[in-house]
Design a protein around this ligand. Sequence first.
Ligand SMILES: Nc1ncnc2c1ncn2[C@@H]1O[C@H](COP(=O)(O)OP(=O)(O)O)[C@@H](O)[C@H]1O
Ligand SMILES: Cc1cn([C@H]2C[C@H](O)[C@@H](COP(=O)(O)OP(=O)(O)O)O2)c(=O)[nH]c1=O
Length: 224
Amino acid sequence: MMSFDPPELHRGQLFVFEGIDRCGKSTQCENLKSSLEGVGRTVVLYSFPNRETAIGSVIDKYLKKEIDLPDQAIHLLFTANRWETMKDIQKMLLNGVTVIMDRYAYSGICYSVAKGTLSLLWCKAPDRGIIKPDCIFFLDLSPLKANRRAGYGEERYEVIEFQEKVRDQFLKIKDSSWKVINADKPTDDIAAEIYDHAVRVNNRKMKKLWIDDLYNTCDLCSKP
Ligand SMILES: Nc1ncnc2c1ncn2[C@@H]1O[C@H](COP(=O)(O)OP(=O)(O)O)[C@@H](O)[C@H]1O
Ligand SMILES: Cc1cn([C@H]2C[C@H](O)[C@@H](COP(=O)(O)OP(=O)(O)O)O2)c(=O)[nH]c1=O
């Protein structure tokens, strides 16, 4: 039978994983990718920050404490690092590819706001208009337990007290659309819970993040 659905409704879905450092995001991104590939989907995984780009290399130096930057400047670089990939991601989604993101704009605002120098409103503004995820998995784990897993390295934010503040921010900004996962469980149990939820996420019109529904069409170049 002929379908009259707009092509957007046959697009791939955008799944986002969020949480503090070491909560298990990368592990679960890979698990979901292979499970979805196992049922025939084409899946691409992105991680933010993407340290491979010119902007990403500055972020990498900042995280490794090789350079210092004002809080505003590094925040805007993390955002620019997402914007520089957005057209590619939009194209993939419209071509039916499922996209999984290891961190997204929610990390952007929670890590910056946790510093105590920037407001939530200020931090949200530059990410306004990037593609809205179809599903956000928040892997919730206490920083103490995360630290016990593999131990933090030397990077800038890998400090338990700071991670507590980041987690508090995540808990503050999450809404009922987020799927909160208790990340203090065996990896396979978490993977099963995520997969069960992921396959039940419905396809909708592609939208922009943090823009009123009334004006929301996902042409990345058009206003508002
Ligand atoms: N559910 C889990 N239970 C115990 N250890 C885990 C679990 N998930 C991941 N790990 C381990 O914790 C460490 C951090 O996991 P990773 O997926 O890299 O986290 P993130 O991407 O959030 O930093 C790794 O050594 C990983 O093998
Ligand atoms: C994407 C993003 C990450 N971050 C932080 C979170 C991490 O501490 C750090 C590096 O991210 P990442 O490489 O994902 O760290 P991990 O694998 O330990 O979770 O950058 C921001 O501060 N803002 C952002 O927009």
